[in-house]
Ligand binder design. Structure first.
Ligand code: NAD
Length: 291
């Protein structure tokens, strides 16, 4: 059993991105510039944006965080988005979700110029991805693909089961793995799926992205399977200093011995998501997708 090390893969990709940024700057081009919009005081969102800022620094990007009060109007946020769309000094930007309830996430997502949509959430990028056209891929699915690539995991002709059909994880990863180049036969399972256990147990590659701690047990996993655990659930613990620990969607201790490869939580898929944001921002600066 090989325990997939997301931190190692993330560091290796970070070094590649930093080297490319170095080359750009040496050629007299500006360093890529990522802007993050943060609305309100949500603790988790502040932590995520902080990580993104730090990672930008590590790869040599310029980064700006625009912090707004939770009471700003939707109209104001949309006008800020238009300003960033038109600012030639901004290569890409993200609006950290969730937003306060009075602001429509859909309107905000659709207001972002697809050329600068480095989160890959705009329907134009989603549509291009589904059609197999160059697009900014959403972070978590792209992170999973990078892990599979790094470990040289064969996907062609394999049976893949994805548990969870969200727009940011389950659906896009199911679509991507079914595309040419990855060539999996994919079954997308969700809360209404019948015989989920049987489907999971036939999968050569099992991706758990449902957000239910330790849902996947050993009897649901085929001998020799590759198991990718996307779930993150914070639970109380008297064994950690913080009083909390993170659990994945897979019961790691009993599932791991059956696997050829497995991602731990934390330290598997998690560290990869930020890398995809960096990759997309670099692509935006180099005008790789939209010219
Ligand atoms: P979501 O809540 O939007 O979607 C969950 C999906 O799981 C739904 O499609 C639902 O149909 C399905 N589901 C729920 N209960 C089920 C059941 N009993 N059987 C089968 N399917 C079931 O969640 P999401 O945003 O896709 O996130 C999923 C998990 O991944 C969460 O724990 C989240 O915190 C985590 N996550 C981790 C990362 C990362 O960086 N590692 C990134 C994104 C999300």
């Amino acid at each position: 059993m090989i325990r997939i090390d997301g931190k190692e893969v993330a560091n290796s990709l970070k070094a590649e991105i930093a080297a490319e940024v170095n080359e750009l700057v040496r050629a007299g081009k500006p360093a890529p510039h990522l802007v993050a919009i943060l609305v309100g005081n949500d603790g988790a969102s502040q932590t995520y944006v902080g990580h993104k800022e730090k990672c930008c620094g590590e790869v040599g990007f310029r980064s700006t965080v625009l912090r707004f009060d939770e009471n700003i109007t939707e109209a104001f946020l949309l006008s800020e988005i238009r300003r960033l769309n038109d600012d030639p000094d901004v290569d890409g930007f993200i609006v950290q979700l969730p937003l306060p309830a009075h602001i429509s996430e859909q309107k905000v997502t659709e207001a972002i110029d697809p050329k600068k949509d480095v989160d890959g959430f705009h329907p134009v990028n989603t549509g291009r991805m589904i059609n197999g056209l160059p697009a900014y891929l959403p972070a978590t699915p792209d992170g999973i693909l990078e892990l599979l690539k790094y470990y040289g995991i064969e996907t062609a002709g394999k049976n893949c089961a994805v548990i969870g059909r969200s727009n940011i994880v389950g659906r896009p990863i199911a679509n991507l793995l079914s595309q040419k180049g990855w060539d999996c036969t994919v079954t997308l399972c969700h809360s209404r799926t019948k015989n989920l256990k049987e489907i999971a147990a036939q999968a050569d590659i099992l991706i758990a992205a449902l957000g239910k701690a330790e849902f996947v047990t050993a009897d649901m996993v085929k001998e020799g399977a590759v198991v990718i655990d996307v779930g993150i659930t914070r639970v109380k613990s008297d064994k950690t200093k913080s009083g909390w620990k993170l659990l994945g969607d897979v019961k790691f201790d009993e599932v791991a011995p059956k696997c050829s490869y497995i991602t731990p939580v934390p330290g598997g898929v998690g560290p990869m998501t930020i890398i995809s944001l960096m990759k997309n921002t670099l692509k935006a600066a180099k005008k790789e997708i939209y010219g």
